[in-house]
Structures are given as structure tokens and as C-alpha cells.
Design a protein around this ligand. Structure first.
Ligand code: ZN
Length: 57
């Protein structure tokens, strides 16, 4: 069986604990390196500027 590319739900906020960066500091979805960060409910949310994938870090 060939390896499937994982699809990410861009409306979801992933937890870093459950989904560590495949490459540190890079977006898992698009491999982008630019993020904007904001705080929601005392959690630090990192959003990829390129694709919008969000991760709580
Ligand atoms: Zn991305």
C-alpha cells in the first residue's frame, strides 16, 4: 500500500502534543515557514499564513 498524504482539517486547531511538527517550525500541511500567532483561551495558536492550518503550541 502506498503512503497516503495526510489531509488536515483547516478549521480544526490541532494540538502540538498530538501532532508534533514533522519538520520543526514548518507547517505540516504545506511546509510553509511563515506563521501568525495569537492567544485564545490562554492557548498559543500558531496559524500558517500560507494555508491557514492551526496548531496549539
Ligand atoms: Zn501551511
Amino acid at each position: 500500500m502506498s503512503e497516503e498524504k495526510q489531509e488536515y482539517d483547516l478549521n480544526k486547531i490541532y494540538e502540538y502534543e498530538n501532532l508534533p511538527d514533522k519538520k520543526a517550525g514548518r507547517c505540516d500541511n504545506c511546509d510553509g515557514v511563515k506563521f501568525k500567532n495569537y492567544v485564545v483561551n490562554r492557548k498559543f495558536i500558531r496559524t500558517c499564513i500560507n494555508c491557514g492550518m492551526k496548531k496549539s503550541i
